[in-house]
Write a protein that binds this ligand. Structure first.
Ligand code: ADP
Ligand code: MG
Length: 372
């Protein structure tokens, strides 16, 4: 199989309305040639609609799209040269594996002798050599999806679009298929746009992730960027596990922004926090966000002056780490998750213990409360 020359995809001010409802609102971004880009969002956020517009099965209400130098906004789907894989295995049920793979080549008038060689190459690539004569219903779910990927790639498209392609598979198989697809994409150099609602899947597979919320693109960035520097509370909450502490913004002091959780508890966060951007005033409700792995516990009274008094509600051993669910004294908010490495062998904390909760100040993010 020849290498695929991945191409850039440009999406500019793309809108899709159904009546007065905007399924996709003014979305713009560029995908680099050979990049693995995921579109991540919860159900109904507009992911499929966006992908279908790139494929040509939906028409934008406004905006334009380019693949390489070509404006494809009004091009027929079969002239866009994009491969597609859907969640439901869209294999032709009455055709063998080999016939399914040959189909896109026949449509393009590729000579029969060449077709046989390319089908064999492609089957080898997805590790299904010997399955030529099987019918789709004689394959497992994972095998069917590998055939679907092979069929989408066999005509060597510069861009491959995938819509929740592993959604129907169980967790173990899904994880090994994620790895296979990623390896194939790197090997071939094809540009991939991959739709998923599974943040873990998006983080593990992608060069960059575009997060969608209610039709809007809310943040786009490398997985580590989204995890470490979420721009909104929504992204902070959607990517990975996040704790939120609600409080009143008391204004800036010499050593940072002061948030009162209750009469008892104040948190001083470093100044210049992202999230706030001067958009809150003294007295406004705000949310402090902090990851479970940026919290620590100490025996009561030993956590230093900025620690918060708390009580352990639940202690869970997860395998590679421990999770402690703690409630902050005098704060009615949701319980806080603390994640500690499993190798801290003699963790002295048990259900019901009074403890000090230590926040890594540098890891705090502040967001306006109204946004969520
Ligand atoms: P996702 O793939 O992120 O789950 P979709 O793109 O399928 O979301 O849908 C986004 C929104 O647009 C949903 O609220 C959905 O109901 C609506 N929608 C999608 N297709 C149509 C359609 N053909 N007519 C009306 N509304 C639609
Ligand atoms: Mg969808």
């Amino acid at each position: 199989m020849r290498d695929l020359k991945g191409q850039t995809v440009v999406i500019r001010d793309v809108v899709r309305r159904y009546g007065t409802y905007e399924a996709v609102s003014n979305v713009s971004f560029d995908i680099r040639a050979g990049e693995f880009m995921s579109i991540l969002g919860s159900s109904g956020s507009g992911k499929t609609t966006l992908l279908m517009m790139i494929a040509g099965f939906e028409t934008p209400s406004s905006g334009r799209m380019l693949i390489g130098e070509r404006d494809i906004t009004h091009l027929a789907p079969n002239r866009r040269e994009v491969g597609m894989v859907f969640q439901k295995y869209a294999l032709f049920p009455h055709m063998t594996v080999a016939q399914n793979l040959a189909f896109p080549l026949k449509m393009r008038g590729v000579p029969t002798t060449e077709i046989a060689a390319r089908v064999a190459d492609m089957l080898a690539l997805v590790q299904l050599t010997g399955f030529e004569k099987r019918m789709p219903n004689q394959l497992s779910g994972g095998q069917q999806q590998r055939v679907a990927v092979a069929r989408a790639l066999i005509f060597e498209p510069p861009v491959l679009l995938m819509d929740e392609p592993l959604g129907a598979l169980d967790k173990k198989l899904r994880e090994s298929m994620q790895f296979e697809i990623k390896r194939l994409q790197e090997r071939l150099g094809v540009t991939v746009i991959y739709v998923t609602h599974d943040q873990e899947e998006a983080l593990t597979m992608s060069d960059r992730v575009a997060v969608m919320e209610r039709g809007q693109l809310v943040q786009i960035g490398a997985p580590s960027e989204l995890y470490l520097a979420p721009k909104t509370a929504f992204v902070a909450d959607f990517i990975g596990k996040m704790n939120f502490l609600d409080g009143d913004y008391m204004g800036a002091e010499a050593d940072g922004a002061v948030v009162a959780l209750s009469e008892l508890n104040r948190i001083v966060a470093p100044a210049g926090l992202n999230g706030l951007n001067g958009s809150v005033a003294q007295g406004d409700r705000v949310r402090i966000a902090i990851r479970p792995e940026r919290l620590r516990l100490a025996p009561k009274g030993q956590g230093g002056s900025s620690a918060l008094a708390a009580k352990v509600e639940t202690a869970i051993f997860v395998g590679s780490y421990h999770v402690f669910i703690v409630a902050i004294d005098g704060h009615g908010g949701a319980p806080i998750q603390v994640q500690l490495p499993a190798n801290s062998a003699s963790l002295p904390f048990r259900n019901g213990d009074s403890v000090d909760l230590i926040l890594d100040r540098e890891a705090l993010k502040l967001f306006p409360a109204k946004e969520m």
